[in-house]
Design a binder for this molecule. Sequence first.
Ligand code: AHM
Ligand code: MG
Length: 337
Amino acid sequence: MVKHTPTSVVTIERFIIEQERQFPEATGELSGVLYDVALAAKMIANKVRSAGLADILGAEGTENVQGEQQQKLDVIANDIMVKAMDHGGRLCAMASEEEPDIIQIPDGFKCGKYVLTFDPLDGSSNIDVNVPVGTIFSVMRKITRGTRGEMEDMLQPGRRQVAAGYIIYGSSTMLVYTTGQGAHGFTLDPSIGEFLLSHPNIAIPERGKYLSVNDSYEQAWEDNVKGLMRRYRGLEGDRAPLSVRYVGSLVADFHRNLLGGGIFCYPANTKSPRGKLRLLYEASPLAFIAEQAGGMATDGHQRILDIQPTELHQRTPLFIGSKDECELANQMLGTGA
Ligand code: AHM
Ligand code: MG
């Protein structure tokens, strides 16, 4: 008989199954949602890789060589997500940053017990200049009684997430996710089309190295935000300055700071009193990952995961990353926590 030696290659599928085994009552439905997200990620990665060819093969609104109309990549990514997720029988509804209303499961398909919210292509304005973009997702349990998903199912605080993650389409494609048992990263091996475990149990350094903020908004910041940024930059003489790094793609900025230590800030300003980023599609899922990695996420007054959403496309100020830096944000902006 052939004897198998233990292998160090762990596919995302194997990892999800092994994590699930720790819960004998699990039905496999959540695992199914995660596989489908991983499949959608591979399909989006494929489109992102050929994005630079769009002008050669036909710009938006024109026909490509196959005679098909070209679409914007964020619309393509949204369609891929919806089509990969709507027929598995595990979701009862979805919501996307790209669509105004709840996306219902089409008639004829089974409705499941989870809802999914996602930003299909975050940072998509960067596509034209070949800068990393990402997909962000969040899974929550349905709480209403009927078969279809309702607004109430979507508007749950982030602490109720059962899974969340992101995919970064960078020099390699990586998927990072959590189900509340740590944050784990997988790198896509394009030669075999599999996500392989590359970053188990990610731990964000307690002290940050990087500051990611768009300081062209400085004039529109409140004084306490200006003061906080001076502290991060070491201008008050009490801390070593953080190095400034700002891609302008949240996923890319968050990912760097998660691995290297640092804080991403998108404060409120007088023009955008609730900031820019969306609670359900961006802040909450990344906050779940940050906390699972030992970091924090706050709006400056309260924990992101404790915010009760009141509308689907709600925005929130966001300070996310290493613990020391987030605590300083809380101290200077409001709670003193
Ligand atoms: P998007 O979801 O429309 O792509 O916008 C979100 C993006 C984030 O990826 C990024 O952090 C932020 O917008 C950058 O905004 P700004 O240009 O105001 O700094
Ligand atoms: Mg976005």
